[in-house]
Design a protein. Structure first.
Length: 188
């Protein structure tokens, strides 16, 4: 049975770390990530996969849980934030060096491509593409320290009002898109 680990970003109920937020509505990244993560889990359980969801302030606890299970694939769910004007979806994947996409692990890259394209297609967000993340350059702990194909999805920009409206009103569409990306990858 395929085992899928889902990590909604930041700390449960924002304590101590809520992640980014929208300056106008107060919408918090930790809450969006958890809601979407739980919905992804439900979709994937419904089609027969085993799913674990863990949101924790301890990144090592998250990676240990995924590695010791062991999960077959790992998805971390986040929202981006920059200057309130930037918007769109991007998916981060581990890359062994140089922060170049051609050095990304092929399995993670393929998984990232499927999830990225499903989100962009169904939500109509700006396609910012896959972002390579390399330890020592711009690495992400959960991508560097998990043993299985892993991606970190930045659903949209929570500090941009247009994207934040999607993150408020279309959480189920984000979740369904991620779940379809996973099933695309598993049937690939
Ligand atoms: Zn985040």
């Amino acid at each position: 049975m395929v085992k899928i680990f889902i990590n909604p970003g930041h700390a449960p109920n924002g304590k101590p770390d809520p992640g980014a937020s929208n300056p106008n509505t107060g919408l918090r990244e930790c809450d969006v990530a958890l809601a979407v993560g739980n919905m992804v889990a439900e979709y994937l359980q419904n089609v027969g996969y085993e799913v674990q969801v863990l949101q924790s302030n301890s990144l090592s606890e998250i990676c240990d849980a995924a590695n010791s299970w062991p999960a077959d694939l790992f998805i971390s769910i986040h929202c981006n934030a920059f200057n309130t004007a930037a918007k769109g979806t991007e998916t981060c994947v581990f890359s062994s060096f140089g922060a170049r996409l051609e050095y990304a692990s092929p399995c993670s890259k393929k998984l990232g491509e499927y999830i990225q394209s499903q989100i962009v297609k169904s939500l109509g967000t700006v396609d910012r593409g896959l972002k390579p993340r390399t330890p020592g350059v711009n690495g992400l702990y959960v991508l560097t320290n998990t043993d299985m194909p892993a991606v970190l999805s930045e659903l949209a920009f929570i500090d941009n009002d247009e994207d934040a409206a999607l993150l408020t009103n279309h959480q189920d569409d984000f979740a369904a898109a991620i779940a379809r990306g996973v099933t695309d990858w598993l049937s690939f």
